[in-house]
Design a protein around this ligand. Structure first.
Ligand code: GAR
Length: 191
């Protein structure tokens, strides 16, 4: 059993989850031990299964203190939680149980374009509507409020006036794939 055991939480497509899992597949001290989703139809579950990672789909009641999610994390000796396109707020008891050990990625330059309801495409639409000349990613520690924890890394991309939501999404996604696994690794091993 490796020293650091990650549980990834993902609600949708799971391309970041897959990228992270591939990054750590032969790592000496970090492994992705579990992928959890609040959406039983999430592609993230299929992607993790294909990589041989155990998966769990869960509902609201399972996510409460003493529920099956907490139990699964404890039983498997999970050390860090990684949010990768996970849409639910993390309950306070988990934040206390994993202090500074829950990491999230947001597809914009926080504190702009964050908060409840700001996820995925909605973020890029808001960036476009605001006429921003740049966007990017923010990787941060999770606290009890959406998108407000301590930032670990920001990376920027330039936006052109003709860029639509798709172009913005793809520029941001490129930054996510490049930086998220390395930022997780630095945070965990350097901590
Ligand atoms: C990613 O762009 C991630 O930054 C974003 O959801 C997408 C998930 O894509 N997260 C948020 O918006 C959180 N507020 P993926 O499922 O393909 O990894």
């Amino acid at each position: 059993m490796k020293k650091y055991r990650l549980a990834i939480f993902a609600s949708g497509n799971g391309s970041n989850a897959e990228n992270i899992a591939r990054h750590f597949s032969n790592h000496h001290s970090i492994e992705v031990a579990l992928l959890l989703s609040n959406n039983s139809a999430a592609q993230a579950l299929a992607k993790a299964n294909a990589l041989g990672i155990e998966t769990i789909a869960f509902g609201k009641a399972d996510f409460k203190e003493g529920g099956s999610v907490e139990q699964a994390l404890v039983e498997r000796g999970i050390t860090h939680l990684i949010l990768a396109g996970f849409l639910w707020l993390v309950p306070v008891f988990l934040i206390k149980r994993f202090p500074k050990r829950i990491i999230n990625i947001h597809p914009a330059l926080l504190p702009k374009f964050g908060g409840k309801g700001m996820y995925g495409r909605h973020v890029h639409e808001a960036v476009k509507m605001a006429g921003e000349q740049e966007s990017g990613i923010t990787i941060h520690i999770v606290n009890e409020r959406f998108d407000e924890g301590q930032p670990l890394l920001q990376a920027k991309c330039e936006l052109l006036p003709g860029d639509g939501v798709e172009e913005i999404a793809s520029k941001v996604q490129e930054l996510e794939y490049k930086h998220y696994p390395a930022a997780i690794e630095r945070w965990i091993v350097g901590a």
